[in-house]
Design a protein. Structure first.
Length: 572
């Protein structure tokens, strides 16, 4: 942050009546958040979905994370005050800020930035000091999400994870670097250092395993199996041509066989390192026997207390450890007589103001970023209101993107993917090229301008709505609704597939099924769309931001939502 931005933020804090030194001391806060006495004989640390964020950031949690049917009012579908009440978290605390969107702008100024690998490294070393032999598990979505990760083809994150001491990982967005690059990293950089595991990735020709399904590590005399589960819908949610020789899927039957095999080889505790998304993990936990705990990711849910799921073989603990290097989950198991007898779990938020930066990691990050700093720090515009991307339907940064697409492409309507990654910006901050790349840095960034019929527009919205709100978690892909600019619509998440979207309008005019509209978008997943696509989204948006210079505070364009009254997954 520049001196000018710091002065602006301090002025905002003063106007809001905040004292950055108010309340408990930093030492007291750090002790409360990070003092976790050792328990048991098996120790696991878990982070996931960091999306290549090496430096501390601001990150706003969602105010809309709807659950219906059996998911209504249950983790992870709780936001705001409902979340705090469910977990007994006091408002205005570090935990409340880390886990909810409440008073985000003010709280961000009070508590500071979160995450950063140098601060995460310090916390990991503190945990390892009390738990020799503890394993560090990486849940995936690690090599993508920043400008440096894109430009180095993930090498920045590979080097950082090796320095962090990652033991085992699984994957999702890693696959968007392409099969060849993934194999290169796994076979060369990771060889003998990090186990890359995924029971559900097979070759498309003979269904041979591409990676090991699991590993067994002995800790304090206890054999512990870690099974990997990559994101099941990778070839659908991301371009198929990037992984054309590999198949994915939930593969529940093979998961049960893998658990049984691990047990037959002597594992006394079985852990699933998953990138399913939490709702999928909850269903899998109810159906697959023999998994003691699922350390999950993909849906970016910060869940401070494991959910206990009963199944025919006993009970499985299900957790999810947030995103953006913002949390470290620590699971301690007490294994007796060949089975888990008890556990302790803590989801620790990583506050940069409370955890000193690890010097070795900080030096490495500075070295990684040095060739790119000038480009990353280019100021494109200034934000008058907070910019964020998170929530089932839209965010203010997503709104900025669709506005820019419509303006620069001459479109009536714009679509932007419902990605859950992307850092937040406070009012008064400069929007830099790094911030823009935090929202857009992917390997298929092409922009499009497509003539679409009203019927096709509805079909697209219906398909995405079913991915998000299908009552069977196994058919949910874990992202959010496509962000829409230029039009309004009504959605009923509880309706049947194909009947959720209605009343589509541009202003007062109803969108007609047979009429053609100009629709801008980006991140096409088909190979044909890639070949026909236009310039990268960051080129389009950087030009737009330089032109407008100031991004006004703006309420994102949201649909009318039916059937969500009093839903604890929606607030504000």
């Amino acid at each position: 942050m520049s001196r000018r931005e710091f002065v602006q933020l301090m002025a905002i804090a003063s106007a809001a009546g905040l004292s950055l030194g108010a309340g408990t001391s930093r030492a007291q806060a750090a002790s409360s958040l990070y003092d976790m006495p050792k328990f048991g004989n098996v120790h696991l640390m878990h982070f996931t979905d960091c999306h290549a964020q090496l430096k501390p950031i601001y990150f706003r949690e969602p105010n809309v994370n709807l659950g219906f049917g059996s998911q209504f009012g249950k983790p992870p579908h709780l936001v705001g005050d409902a979340f705090l009440k469910h977990y007994g978290i006091k408002p205005g605390t570090h935990d409340a800020h880390a886990l909810t969107y409440l008073d985000f702008d003010k709280a961000a100024l009070q508590f500071g930035k979160v995450g950063g690998f140098a601060h995460l490294a310090t916390l990991i070393k503190q945990v390892r000091a009390t738990r020799p032999g503890a394993l560090l598990l990486d849940g995936g979505d690690t090599w993508q999400g920043s400008g440096t990760a894109l430009w180095t083809k993930g090498q920045d994150m590979v080097d950082a994870c090796l320095a962090l001491g990652v033991d085992i990982m699984t994957a999702h967005w890693e696959m968007t670097l392409g099969e060849q690059r993934v194999k290169e990293i796994v076979e060369k950089d990771f060889a003998g250092k990090i186990d890359f595991i995924a029971q559900n990735i097979k070759t498309t020709d003979f269904e041979d395993p591409v990676f090991d399904a699991f590993v067994i590590r002995e800790m304090n005399g206890i054999p512990v199996a870690i099974i990997g589960q990559a994101f099941p819908y990778t070839p659908i949610a991301n371009p198929r041509y990037l992984v054309e020789n590999w198949s994915f899927g939930i593969d529940e039957e093979n998961m049960q066989k893998t658990v049984n095999l691990a047990r037959s080889k002597g594992a006394q505790a079985v852990i699933l390192l998953s990138h399913n998304g939490m709702d999928v993990d909850l269903k899998m936990a109810s159906r697959v026997r023999g998994i003691d705990a699922i350390l999950g990711g993909h849906t970016h849910d910060g869940v401070p207390v494991p959910v206990k799921i009963s199944n025919p073989g006993g009970v499985t603990l299900v957790t999810n450890a947030g995103s953006n290097s913002k949390f470290l989950g620590v699971l301690d198991l007490d294994v007796k007589n060949g089975q888990v007898a008890d556990f302790r779990y803590r989801l620790m938020p990583v506050f940069a103001d409370l955890l000193p930066a690890d010097k070795a990691m900080d030096d490495l990050i500075n070295k990684i970023r040095a060739p790119f700093e000038t480009k990353l720090n280019e100021k494109l515009a200034t934000a008058q209101g907070s910019l964020y991307r998170r929530g089932n339907f839209n965010g203010t940064f997503d709104q900025l993107i669709v506005d820019g697409l419509m303006e620069m492409k001459g479109a009536e309507i714009a679509f932007s993917p419902g990605f859950r990654w992307g850092t937040s910006i406070l009012p008064g901050q400069a929007i830099t090229m790094e911030h823009l790349l935090d929202q857009t840095a992917i390997t298929y960034p092409y922009t499009t301008l497509t003539p679409m019929s009203g019927e096709m527009i509805k079909t697209i919205l219906e398909d995405v709505a079913d991915n998000l709100f299908n009552p069977d978690p196994y058919y949910q892909q874990g992202g959010d609704m496509v962000r829409v600019g230029g039009m309004q619509y009504t959605i009923d998440p509880t309706a049947s597939a194909g009947n959720r979207i209605s009343d589509m309008r541009i202003g007062a005019q109803t969108i007609e099924a047979s009429k053609t509209y100009k629709v801008a978008g980006w991140a096409p997943v088909s190979e044909a769309a890639r070949d026909a696509g236009g310039e990268p989204i960051w080129d389009v948006m950087s030009t737009y931001l330089r032109q407008i210079k100031t991004v006004a505070a703006k309420t994102p364009n949201l649909p009318i939502i039916k059937g969500a009254a009093n839903n604890p997954g929606m607030s504000g």
